[in-house]
Design a protein. Sequence first.
Length: 92
Amino acid sequence: MAARRLSWFLAGAACVAALVALNPSPERHRERIKAAVAERSLLAGLLKLGDVAAFVATYRSFGVASTMKVGERTVSVGAFGYVHVLELQGGK
């Protein structure tokens, strides 16, 4: 019984460690923000507005997930090695 509990504990610890390791870095968030701005608007891509947004964004990690914010607005979320850029235009 103790060996079975230990194996479940080790499997869970390995899963959590994998999730933490797959958490996207600030650089991955910045790259995706730049690419998303360039994809959504040719003019914004030419003016490198994505670079500006990525530069002023602040990174916050929660261990298994992370976000990038510009001011009070969340512009990207990431988890499991994937970064999703939220809609950058429009109001709240």
